[in-house]
Design a protein around this ligand. Structure first.
Ligand code: ATP
Length: 315
């Protein structure tokens, strides 16, 4: 296994009409979850990825399981729980400028995860462990699960990649800040967005914020800067890595997960840090071109064509 990730995936419902959801009759639905998005992105790029989670023993759980397995991700460590439901969420486009997300995930099956859901033998055979700041926000058990997975990874020399993925709706700001900062300090690689970094350390430049993560313990920091690209900070290299700007973004959600998949793919292939960030930028940019979190994630051939074409356009 190249990469193992842990987290909750849910079914996302979107009303087909705008306005308040109380008037909605028809919905479209999709599978969504930051960590499984990253696993799917990695599988598309030709890597072996595994996803650890719990699902309710219900139709939504079965749908998520089949979808993620169908994308080529190993789901052997996903447990079905008959005591809780699969999480759901809804995205209402109330007006063209007002989007509202409502979660039905409290006490969901995934929120009941505990360190007992982890097998050290499974984590120890991976090269990378990917965790995000969403999982520890779900429950005390999930927080402990993430900590234990990181400890297992550390014991077995598995490189830990942490994406803060701040979700302010899930927890109180000061608690979130403390936990995210502490988890980042225990990771080898941190992939924060610029805004998340400012949430944790206060307003500052990407250079200063990346160095703050570095000073606290992360060996490599790759900060996401939207269409500007990324900023890399590690002992070997420091500097901005230009993005592949997309001006006609169709759906920005999932760009960060695409970036993580691209960047980790570069690490697996042994690229230098700037080249990893560049691959992250390529996948992140492609993710914005298609509606849906994972639908735009490319395979290696499409990614290469996109990046080569953009490079030619720049000349
Ligand atoms: P998310 O909302 O998915 O959590 P994020 O806030 O973590 O995303 P962003 O900085 O918005 O992260 O985007 C992640 C990466 O995706 C960027 O660093 C960049 O590489 C790419 N990206 C995002 N938006 C664009 C864009 N408009 N054009 C080109 N690339 C983009």
């Amino acid at each position: 296994m190249d990469v193992i990730t842990i987290g909750e995936s849910m079914v996302l419902f979107t009303p087909k009409t705008s306005g308040l959801m109380r008037y909605a009759g028809d919905y479209s639905s999709k599978v969504a979850g930051a960590e499984s998005n990253v696993a799917i992105g990695l599988a598309r790029l030709g890597h072996q990825a595994g996803w650890i989670s719990r699902l309710g023993e219900d139709e939504f759980g079965t749908r998520i399981h089949s979808f993620i397995r169908g994308e080529g991700v190993d789901v052997s460590q996903v447990h079905f729980d008959d005591s809780a439901s699969t999480g759901l969420y809804f995205k209402e486009k109330i007006t063209p400028d007002e989007l509202r997300v409502t979660y039905y995930r409290k006490h969901s099956a995934a929120s009941l995860m505990t360190p007992a859901d982890l097998k050290e033998a499974y984590i120890s055979q991976a090269a990378y462990l990917h965790v995000t700041g969403i999982t520890p926000a779900l429950s005390e058990g999930c927080y402990e699960t993430v900590l234990e997975a990181m400890e297992m990874a550390r014991r077995n020399r598995v490189t830990i990649v942490f994406d803060p993925n701040l979700r302010r709706k899930l927890w109180e700001d000061s608690h979130a800040r403390k936990v995210l900062r502490s988890l980042a300090s225990k990771a080898d690689v941190v992939l924060p967005g610029w805004e998340e970094a400012q949430f944790i350390f206060g307003e500052s430049s990407p250079e200063k914020l990346a160095s703050a993560f570095y000073e606290e313990g992360a060996s490599h920091v790759v900060m996401k800067l939207g269409k500007e690209g990324a900023y890399v900070y590690s002992e070997q290299s420091k500097g901005f890595v230009e993005g592949f700007p997309v001006n006609n973004v169709l759906d920005p959600v999932g760009a960060g997960d695409g970036f993580a998949a691209g960047c980790i793919s570069g690490m697996i292939d042994g690229l230098d840090w700037k080249a990893c960030a560049r691959r992250g930028n390529g996948v992140g940019a492609m993710a914005t071109l298609v509606e849906g979190d994972v639908e735009g994630l490319p395979d290696k051939g499409r990614l290469r064509d996109f990046m080569n074409q953009r490079d030619k356009d720049d000349v």
